[in-house]
Design a protein around this ligand. Sequence first.
Ligand code: MG
Length: 158
Amino acid sequence: MNIRIGNGYDIHRLVVERPLILGGVEIPHELGLLGHSDADVLTHAIMDAMLGALSLGDIGHYFPPTDPKWAGADSLVLLTQVNQLVQTQGWRIGNIDSVIVAERPKLKPHLKTMRDRLATTLELEPNQIGIKATTNEKLGPVGREEGIAAYAVTLLVG
Ligand code: MG
């Protein structure tokens, strides 16, 4: 059995008049994340972890922010494409673990919904996906609610 590990990080700026979408779930909040796609930082970090595990570059290479095709894109659609790429290379996901760093809103009530949505998209069991949420203790740009960040690691099995 071959195994590969990958890690991913992303951050997006919080602005008014944008939806807040994390793990494919729209979360009620007065601010949302700014980006070319739906700016789903958690899903972006997971995709970069998957690509990184196979040394396939990053999501900016596959879905460039300069390409109008990806404007407002549903990141779960992009995730499906990255998963297909991983599978065609002969690999499958063993597990994913992730952390969302956000000062507000409280994300705990939404974590299970995010996990279930990502599991459905990736055709995994929910217990193969870890999603945790923490604040940044009011420190730095995330602590000042200027943005939300996410970290992810994944283990691929081949
Ligand atoms: Mg991103």
